[in-house]
Design a protein around this ligand. Structure first.
Ligand SMILES: *Cc1c(COP(=O)(O)O)cnc(C)c1O
Length: 395
């Protein structure tokens, strides 16, 4: 049998957007309240307070009403001025991409760039900052999703804090899938969203903003105001007593509310643990099948996405097409520089369940057979099962 392109796949194991939790889908169907209705204003405040709890922040997070690229671009536009020298840390496509936004607001850009299967070394950041005392803003992507690799942002954040520069962190695809919070890495602007590990649809940005970042943005005459890119406009929008700058995405807020409830009720540590186990089982299986991980080292492999190196001589797009048409399973491709070189299996939100590691390995192994690559699928699945069975419950 074959799954046709116009039919829905059976299992979506992508690295975002991801399938939403059923409870989130139901919440999207709640009444669309009028944004000036006191019930909605109270609800909005409640959701931002839940986000604050989930982000373990001491300041109020900001919700922007567009998927997280809005938040990233808004952070560059609001925080960076022509007087700033920006140090952009690039270990992948998203990290590199932030530098292009940064350059729109200041021509003074320095960069540390690694191979896209590697991670940023905090010591290299320390050395660069020592050589360039003028650096005033540092930007880094935590989980560079198109590579499935993790940067040590808490260590990098400590180095940046010592230097005194502002720190912008893209934690879109790591937050809620592993232990990361804005203040753990001492971020001044920390951008994340509901559409990765929180298991809600794309449509909102959640942002942690430090007190000194508010001061810097307010002192920047070019920081967007009365604009979709404005962060400043939303500073007090969380409060039921304040009007909204424009109509918030009411249905998306309903979904985010449920996603946060699910996350907090399950317990963040338990949520992170099932992301970690699913990724570990997948990696064990990939190796046992005789395939290669994209990440140069196990320690930097992401718990929310496993990137599998494309075997030589294989067209990666053809491989993914076989996975979908024969098994009804959807994986993500690489992006930009990693396109064609790897296949990504997402473990995010509802798909961060160990059973999906087995499904992913079986579908990938089966599709490899179909394109003429000998993969030891049975050994891979057995290795993943061994990893799952060896796991001890948390808490
Ligand atoms: C998903 C993601 C974003 C959001 O951007 P899109 O490409 O539009 O989905 C930003 N940063 C990272 C690291 C992401 O994984």
């Amino acid at each position: 049998m074959r799954y046709l392109d116009h039919e829905k796949p059976v299992i979506t194991l992508t690295s975002g957007p991801v399938n939403a939790y059923p409870e989130v889908l139901q919440a999207l169907g709640r009444t669309v309240l009028y944004d000036y209705d006191p019930a909605f204003q109270l609800f909005y405040e409640t959701v931002v307070l839940k986000a604050k709890k989930a982000m373990r922040s001491t300041t109020m997070p900001v919700i922007l009403h567009g998927e997280p690229v809005l938040g990233l671009e808004a952070a560059a536009a609001s925080l960076i001025t022509p007087d700033d020298t920006v140090l952009n840390l690039a270990s992948g496509v998203y990290g590199k991409g932030f530098g292009f936004w940064a350059q729109r607001y200041s021509p003074k850009l320095l960069e540390i760039e690694t191979a896209y299967n590697e991670a940023i070394d905090p010591q290299a950041v320390r050395d660069m900052l020592a050589r360039h005392p003028e650096v005033s803003v540092v930007s880094v992507c935590h989980h560079d999703t198109p590579s499935g690799t993790i940067n040590p942002i808490d260590e990098i954040g400590a180095v940046v804090a010592e230097h005194g520069a502002y720190l912008i962190v893209d934690a879109v695809s790591s937050f809620a899938g592993m232990k990361t919070h804005p203040e753990d890495c001492r971020a001044d602007i920390y951008v994340t969203g509901p559409n990765k590990c929180l298991g809600a649809p794309p449509g909102l940005t959640m942002m942690g903003v430090s007190a000194r970042a508010w001061e810097k943005m307010k002192a920047n005459p070019a920081a967007p105001r009365a604009s979709m890119l404005s962060i400043l406009d939303w500073e007090n929008a969380w409060s039921r007593a304040e009007p909204f700058p424009f109509t918030p995405s009411v249905a998306e807020m309903n979904g985010l509310d449920m996603a946060l409830d699910l996350y907090l009720a399950e317990g963040p540590e338990a949520v992170w643990a099932r992301h970690d186990l699913t990724a570990r089982a997948t990696r064990a299986g990939i190796r046992a099948m005789g395939l290669g991980l994209w990440a140069a080292r196990e320690e930097i492999a992401s718990p929310t996405t496993t990137a599998v190196r494309t075997p030589p001589g294989i067209d990666e797009a053809v491989l993914r097409r076989e996975v979908r048409s024969r098994y009804g399973v959807v994986f993500s491709s690489g992006r930009g520089e990693t396109l064609g070189k790897l296949t990504r299996i997402g473990h995010m939100g509802p798909t961060a369940q160990p059973i999906y590691a087995l499904a992913a390995l079986a579908a990938l192994g089966g599709a490899l057979e179909a394109v003429g690559v000998k993969a030891d699928t049975a050994t891979g699945v057995a290795a993943a099962i061994a990893e799952i069975n060896a796991d001890e419950p948390v808490g």
